[in-house]
Design a protein around this ligand. Sequence first.
Ligand SMILES: Nc1ncnc2c1ncn2[C@@H]1O[C@H](COP(=O)(O)OP(=O)(O)OP(=O)(O)O)[C@@H](O)[C@H]1O
Length: 257
Amino acid sequence: MAELELRSVSAGYKGRMVVREVTARLPRGSWLAIIGPNGAGKSTLLKAITGIAAHTGEILLDGAPISAMSARERARAVGYSPQTPVVPEGLTVTDYALLGRTPHLGLLAREGRSDLAVVGEVLARLDLEHLTDRPLRTLSGGERQRAVLARVLAQQAGLLLLDEPTTGLDVGHAQSLLELVDRLRRADGTTVVSTLHDLTLAAQYADELILVDHGDVVAVGPPAEVLTADRISTHYSANVTILTAPDGTPVVTPVRT
Ligand SMILES: Nc1ncnc2c1ncn2[C@@H]1O[C@H](COP(=O)(O)OP(=O)(O)OP(=O)(O)O)[C@@H](O)[C@H]1O
């Protein structure tokens, strides 16, 4: 439900910009995937949108600078799942996912029936129903990752920032998660920015890719235009061949030399 615009955004830490001059316009309900090799600056760009990393240039949400929003406004508008989340180990899956509802509660208010219903639905869709009462510390890596995403999706923010959301998930759970996010953007107009190392999944789900290398944007466009074997060789030092899936999307396959 949000339109995001980045105007010449550079972002980094302690005065050192590690990603530079990113310009993009994401209409409501669109999905942008940021791709690029390790250390390219992908997570830093997401962190700049959340306000965790410093930035120059303009980041506009529905036309208003995101930096002018209060913490509460931002928590309602932007859902963020970090690449390596720190979770309160003792909380149960349900209590943790309910934290996603906090921005919607009044001061001192407790979660109501509708909050529990939202959380229940998200947990079911992420195949966590059987784990609702389990403390987070007892979960497997993939289960914990799904719990983190459940909290973010329960937030029902208009803009979702997902840093490597499929890390640690098997192919079936990765697919269900991305399908769920896809459904949200199509049904509710949720706008999505994600980093994804799996280029085939990025091509299947995102409308647009931004390829970043050493902090510079080196390609922007629809997946079929950005994902060429030459480009992947140049920027990832990888040998790949690009196949075409039955639906026409590119499939990036590593090839041994
Ligand atoms: N908190 C920080 N302080 C200083 N430098 C940082 C910090 N976090 C990341 N960096 C540096 O910024 C650069 C970009 O890091 P970033 O995490 O954005 O890369 P990435 O593209 O997400 O990488 P990966 O694919 O490995 O997750 C790297 O050189 C990294 O070492």
